[in-house]
Design a binder for this molecule. Structure first.
Ligand code: ADP
Length: 178
């Protein structure tokens, strides 16, 4: 699925974030920035050992924020390591923190001249954020940002499995018809 916002595109694809040929891919990291499971483990394996060495110099990252590194063996020039919230019950500021993590990634992309960026569904794995609610937040932030920042030409939202992909298509269609 593809949506046009001025000169920019928002694409939804099913696939593996580590294999995306974009300027920057986003990692769903934890606050240590020293690797983990899920997307984080896959990105560290694909980028190689040098990534961990650079991450060690960063001093971690607060929830709701993001930090940028080189991409090493990935096709992507940069990796933006975003720390989404662990979902408790939705009453612990999770939505604000998730929105802030997405915004921080887009701002870093702009600052580092990354015209194309690929996101995974941050916080929806081990961190337990309900997927529909997370998707609404992610798309709202991305669509608002693209409308105001013409330097970003492509946002690709990458869903790992078919069910996640279908859910996201449905949510985006809903948002666009509102
Ligand atoms: P978090 O700890 O932020 O929840 P996870 O890595 O556990 O992060 O999962 C985030 C989302 O990324 C989940 O929906 C998961 O299915 C998905 N995912 C896992 N591996 C990949 C991958 N290689 N590419 C894209 N998405 C992935």
């Amino acid at each position: 699925m593809q949506v046009q916002i001025n000169d920019a595109s928002l694409e939804l694809v099913q696939g593996d974030i580590t294999r995306q040929d974009v300027d920057a891919i986003v990692n769903a990291a934890n606050s240590s920035l020293l690797g983990g499971g899920g997307v984080d483990g896959a990105i560290h394996r694909a980028a190689g050992r040098e990534l961990l060495a650079e991450c060690r110099t960063l001093g971690g990252c607060e929830t709701g924020n993001a930090k940028i590194t080189r991409g090493y063996q990935l096709q992507a020039r940069h990796i933006i390591h975003a720390v989404g919230p662990v979902y408790a019950d939705g009453k612990h500021g999770e939505s604000v923190l998730l929105a802030s993590a997405y915004r921080a990634c887009l701002e870093l992309a702009s600052q580092h001249a990354c015209a194309s960026i690929a996101f995974p569904a941050i916080s929806t794995g081990v961190y337990g954020y309900p997927m529909e609610a997370a998707a609404r937040i992610a798309f709202r932030i991305i669509l608002d940002y693209l409308a105001e920042h013409p330097e970003i030409k492509l946002v690709r939202y990458v869903l790992y499995d078919a069910r996640a992909f279908q859910t996201h298509v449905q949510i985006l269609e809903e948002l666009l018809t509102q």
